[in-house]
Design a protein. Structure first.
Length: 461
């Protein structure tokens, strides 16, 4: 996205395809994600080497707990804000005021619930100390505020600011790991405190940024809570809440289950494998994020654009996952020999990761056209299967079972969505996943740079 549209150009975008803008948005956002990945990987390696599997497992449990809390506490409001503000920029300040109020209330309630669970059912978090859980929980209102703010910036297509603020968090976390663990020689507790402080700083930066954006948008609406708009946005967000929550449970809860039944050390090893799997989902997540408003503004009964994007995503993910399988044997060299088990765990995860990545892009055809009830139903079925397998197998087989169960669950949701898509659009699987000959030639032309790209030849993916 080289140009940031005004209110009038948003309407034009609904009538004229902007493949170049979609491509640029994906490229810029993915480049930012690569910077973020460097921060995430750097901090995880430092934590693993300085604190060992148990310390890495404890920190992973805290991070996953907060991530799940954010999904629970958000109530689907981030997606709803993006939808309503994109339709009418005049709602920006009011929707943002609603978001601030909701983030503070929901964040405090969610944090209190986590603390109550830690106090009365400490076994739910394994051997993680309540004091550490309290520190991490204190950051939830601020992280929730940041989550809402980033989606507001997405709604007004300020991808530059969104990426800047999004990248700041992992870079600060990397700096925390370097300073606190390496230079100062402190332990886990100071690191958790410093990470919580980062959440506070980023939240205030988001508030200041959106205030500046609102002034540039010349938005004269008073920044006060509008209960009617809040009710509308929460009602809209509820449609996506089931799918969002189910996805978060499937992707995040397995580590908590491993920690509960097998301890922090095994959870720490598994956190490395699951982290690599999550990193591979970065590119499709970026594509899906930008595809959602594109499909919503230009709905197509047979999902032509969504299918074209899915074909390219399938091609790229196959290559990435194959490379990750080959590179998995390097994990003990990077993290240390105590993380040898992560290799086979990752190999079990990779097939499912590939399928989930493709599904996350293809399903945008449905999320952008009203989200039929079948999609949340598919996720409910998948969650039931996933949790059933995990509670049945993880106590005996540990992280290996968690990895296999996740891969099975990812494959299941992929199959359900693909079958439903084929039924609704009368398309064959080959049309959805296999690059056409001219598309494949174009991909290799770009890689080899045999000729400059032209407007006629660009798919802009």
């Amino acid at each position: 996205m080289n140009d940031y549209p005004t209110e009038t150009t948003v309407e034009l975008a609904a009538t004229r395809p902007r493949f170049s803008s979609f491509s640029s948005g994906v490229a810029v956002t993915f480049a930012t994600r690569l910077v973020m990945l460097a921060g995430v990987l750097g901090s995880s390696v430092i934590v693993a080497r300085w604190l060992g599997p148990a310390g890495a497992g404890t920190l992973a449990v805290l991070n996953v707990t907060v991530a799940l809390a954010l999904q629970v506490g958000s109530a689907g409001l981030p997606s709803a804000n993006t939808f309503f503000i994109a339709r009418d920029r005049k709602t920006l300040t009011v929707a943002w005021a609603n978001s601030i109020a909701f983030a503070l209330v929901a964040g405090v309630v969610t944090a209190a619930a986590i603390l109550a669970l830690a106090e009365f059912r400490p076994t739910a978090f394994g051997n993680v100390r309540v004091a550490l859980i309290a520190i991490a929980a204190a950051s939830i209102p601020f992280q929730l505020l940041t989550l809402f703010g980033l989606n507001v910036l997405l709604a007004v297509q300020r991808v530059d600011l969104l990426n800047l603020l999004d990248a700041a968090t992992p870079l600060f976390l990397l700096a925390n790991a370097v300073v606190i663990l390496i230079f100062l020689g402190f332990g886990l507790t100071p690191l958790v405190w410093a990470n919580a402080a980062v959440a506070l700083v980023i939240a205030f930066a988001v508030i200041a940024t959106i205030a500046s954006v609102a002034r540039r948008e010349k938005n004269r609406e008073a920044g006060r809570v509008d209960w009617q708009l809040l009710k509308q946005t929460l009602g809209y967000g509820a449609k996506f809440y089931i799918s969002i929550m189910a996805g978060a449970i499937i992707i995040r809860s397995d580590l908590l289950i491993v920690n509960h039944f097998r301890g922090a050390a095994e959870a720490g090893v598994y956190s490395v494998a699951s982290q690599v799997g999550n990193l591979l989902l970065t590119l499709p997540a970026v594509i899906a994020t930008l595809l959602f408003p594109r499909v919503a503004s230009q709905p197509e009964p047979r999902g032509e654009f969504a299918v074209r994007v899915t074909r390219h995503t399938s091609f790229v993910m196959f290559i990435l996952c194959a490379a990750a399988a080959a590179g998995s044997f390097l994990l003990p060299l990077v993290y240390g020999q105590r993380f040898n088990g992560a290799v086979f765990q990752l190999l079990l995860l990779l097939p499912g990761v590939c399928f989930l990545a493709i599904e996350s892009v293809l399903v945008q055809h449905f999320t952008g056209t009203g989200l039929p009830a079948a999609i949340p139903a598919f996720w409910i079925v998948t969650v039931i299967v996933n949790l059933g397998l995990n509670f049945a197998l993880v106590p005996r087989w540990g992280a290996l079972a968690a990895a296999l169960n996740s891969s099975i669950s990812y494959t299941l949701i992929f199959l359900l969505v693909v079958i439903y898509f084929c039924v609704k659009t009368a398309r064959k699987p080959g049309e959805i996943f296999v690059l056409r000959r001219h598309e494949l030639r174009e991909v290799f032309r770009r890689i080899l740079r045999r000729r400059p790209r032209t407007a006629d030849s660009q798919l802009k993916l």
